[in-house]
Each structure stands twice: as C-alpha cells, then as structure tokens.
Design a binder for this molecule. Structure first.
Ligand code: GRF
Length: 187
C-alpha cells in the first residue's frame, strides 16, 4: 500500500479529509503528518485519527537532508502539501521528482505566489470582481505555486459573495476533488 505524507500548518481540514478517505479506501494510507506549527489544528486532527506527527522547526527544515531521510525512512511515496506555507528546499524537491503536490485555493496562475494564502487569496479575488474562482492541484517545483497543473475545479463568485461564503465554497471543492486526485496518482 502506498504511503502518503501530508505537510500542513493550519486547521488541517484537508489532512483530516485525506486521512478519513484512505481509512475507508485502502488504496493508500496517510502515514505521517509534518507540521511547522505545534499549535495548529492539524496536530489535534492527527492525534484524534491516530496518525503520527512530526514537528519540524526552521532549523530542521533548513537542513533538507533531515527531511529527505525522514521521508525515505518512513517509505513515503507521495508528499502532499495542504496549507503548508514554507517553500520546500530544492534538494527535497529533487529527491522526490513529481512526487510532491500542493493544493491552492484559486485558479492558478491567478492569485498565487508568496503571501497568497488563505483569506488573502479570497479577498483579492472578491476585490478584483472575479466572476469565478476555484482550486488548483499542482506539482511542486522550486517556485511558489508554479509547478505543472494536475487539476482545476471552479465555482462561481456571486454578487454579494463574502470572504466566508467564498472560502466555504472553495474548501468544499478541495474536499471533494483532492482525495480522488491523490488516489489516481498512487494506484
Ligand atoms: C486550503 O485552502 C488550501 O488550499 C491551502 O491552505 C488551506 C488549508 O486548509 N493551501 P486546511 O488546513 O486543510 O483546512
């Protein structure tokens, strides 16, 4: 069975959704969560669902040999970034060619890049008067949000759309499309 590692620093709803999906569909399993925030919601998600968490501080992170050997030692087949805000070191990316993916809450290349995460994305989309938004799942390369695209899914931005309503819609798309896409990469 293929082993997945999720990197997350936020609430962890995608991590939870992936863990639960693969607990039901035994095509792969989420073996490890890596986080750089000991107080992030994802820690509680992992504890509740019985998945190991590895806490990674800046020092550990900036020594890519450490992370690479952790992932190798755990036998990880695919690395999934779900709300992880640090740019991965080049040598980690090179060690896992086409084996690291990210989910982003906009239709890239729009509203991507450094500093474009969470509410910042949805605020910018609403402020620009966009008629649609959505999600992008893409391979990770050495630049923020620029790897080749695997999947995009769209939702309308209605008149009167709020930050909250748009983030909910986009998160629903993430929860619906992310697990099957991950599964398609590992089976
Ligand atoms: C998601 O919107 C994802 O697109 C972005 O970070 C958010 C993570 O949310 N990269 P959660 O922590 O999975 O709830």
């Amino acid at each position: 069975m293929k082993k997945l590692c999720v990197f997350a620093s936020g609430a962890g709803s995608n991590a939870e959704n992936l863990i639960r999906y693969f607990q039901k569909n035994k095509t792969a399993e989420v073996t490890l969560i890596v986080t750089n925030r000991a107080d992030a919601g994802v820690n509680e998600v992992a504890r509740k669902l019985g998945v190991e968490v590895f806490y990674c501080n800046r020092d550990y992170f900036s020594n890519p040999a450490g992370l690479t050997s952790l992932l190798t030692q755990k036998g990880i087949d695919l690395v999934i970034l779900a709300g992880f805000l640090w740019l991965l070191p080049a040598c980690l990316i090179q060690a896992y060619p086409n084996k690291i993916i990210n989910i982003h809450p906009s239709l890239l290349p729009k509203y991507g890049g450094k500093g474009m995460f969470g509410e910042h994305v949805h605020k910018a989309v609403i402020a620009a008067g966009e008629k649609e938004s959505g999600i992008t799942i893409h391979y990770v390369n050495e630049r923020y949000d620029q790897g080749s695209i695997l999947l995009q899914a769209r939702c309308p931005v209605e008149p009167g759309e709020t930050l909250l309503s748009l983030s909910r819609k986009v998160l629903m798309l993430e929860h619906r499309f992310f697990p099957p896409l991950v599964e398609s990469l590992v089976v």
